[in-house]
Design a protein around this ligand. Structure first.
Ligand SMILES: Nc1ncnc2c1ncn2[C@@H]1O[C@H](COP(=O)(O)OP(=O)(O)OP(=O)(O)O)[C@@H](O)[C@H]1O
Ligand SMILES: C[C@@](O)(CCOP(=O)(O)OP(=O)(O)O)CC(=O)O
Length: 303
């Protein structure tokens, strides 16, 4: 007998950035973060999962290409889901056995590993689909914890609207969960414009980059301990009050500090290019004039 589920999950864009882990295995962050989830019909991952007793092994295809199922993140998700399924086995009618093998097929409708949060949409989608398949994850909070062990930012894609990932304090990660701050109807005037300045795979993955940052940057500790807690408070207040001026300022400052921390890492990490720096400069000037300057024309040379 086979069991199958297909889900889509959207991308989320952090306005207070997660950067640095206190536990690499459980994916526990050194600071809380906050993001907006884009609507499902635009940038998303679509994942189908099928479990059958007669599949020889687990397998995954990403964007049409078979990938290694031995990926430790993937293994962590499968193990946690199966652990919950095994605990529930007696009363889960219609769910596969935890011992059945699963085939996973996922497609992103946007560039993968290019800085557009593909791991967030991808793991949120995978974990949600597996939770449906195995009939586990009784609350969305529990599903956010499962998504977190795939990729930290994935826990925020489980909810729509504005979402915070509370860093938590427990060593086992039990209080490191995502929560919705306000839903997607709260601030309908907000529109997200994504300017793709490069669709190449990043030279440094987020996982590797933040690991080197924690090892070498002195600025990141200051950021996590002294800057982010107040910013989290302030940006949530700005979102609740729909105060775009404050929201925009904090978002730009946090993005700038994230890139400063990357530069403070050794060897330094550079995600910005001349085009993105030009866009940041333009937006800073635009916001300073409360949107009242006229944008006539832009032309950038992209080599
Ligand atoms: N749909 C998906 N299903 C499962 N895993 C995925 C999916 N999409 C991406 N991934 C995994 O996430 C990895 C990319 O994550 P990475 O953090 O490097 O980039 P990103 O998430 O696109 O960028 P950023 O984290 O800066 O926003 C891929 O190599 C793959 O292992
Ligand atoms: C810059 C970021 O997008 C980094 C996201 O990092 P990931 O969540 O991709 O990292 P892992 O937990 O190692 O998978 C900021 C953010 O989304 O908060």
């Amino acid at each position: 007998m086979s069991h199958a589920v297909t889900c889509t999950a959207p991308v989320n864009i952090a306005v207070i950035k997660y950067w640095g882990k206190r536990d690499e295995e459980l994916i526990l962050p050194i600071n809380s973060s906050l993001s907006g989830t884009l609507s499902q019909d635009q940038l998303h991952a679509r994942t189908s999962v099928m479990a059958r007793a007669d599949f020889a092994s687990d397998a995954i295809w990403l964007n049409g290409k078979q990938e290694s199922i031995e990926n430790p993140r993937l293994q962590n998700c499968l193990r946690e889901i199966r652990k919950l399924a095994a605990a529930k086995q007696t009363h889960q009618q219609g769910a596969p056995l935890p011992t059945d093998k699963v085939h996973i097929c996922s497609v992103n409708n946007f560039p993968t590993a290019a800085g557009l949060a593909s791991s967030a949409a991808g793991y949120a989608c995978l974990v949600y689909a597996l939770a449906q398949l195995y009939k586990v994850g009784d609350s969305l909070a529990e599903v956010t914890k499962l998504a977190r062990v795939g990729s930290g930012s994935a826990c925020r894609s489980i909810y729509g609207g504005w979402v915070r990932w509370v860093m938590g304090e427990a060593a086992d990660g039990s209080d490191s969960i995502a929560e919705q701050v306000v839903d997607e109807h709260h601030w309908p005037e907000i529109e997200v414009l994504i300017l793709v300045v490069s669709d190449h795979k990043k030279t440094t993955s987020s996982t590797a980059g933040m690991q080197t940052t924690v090892e070498t940057s002195s600025l990141v500790k200051h950021r996590a301990d002294k800057v982010v807690p107040q910013r989290m408070e302030d940006i949530q207040n700005a979102i609740r009050a729909r105060d775009f001026e404050t929201f925009g300022r904090i978002t730009m400052q946090d993005s700038n500090q994230f890139h400063a921390v990357c530069l403070d890492t050794y060897p330094p990490i550079t995600y910005l290019n001349d085009v993105s720096r030009g866009i940041i400069d333009m937006l800073t000037k635009y916001n300073a004039h409360k949107g009242k300057i006229q944008v006539r024309a832009f032309s950038w040379q992209v080599s």
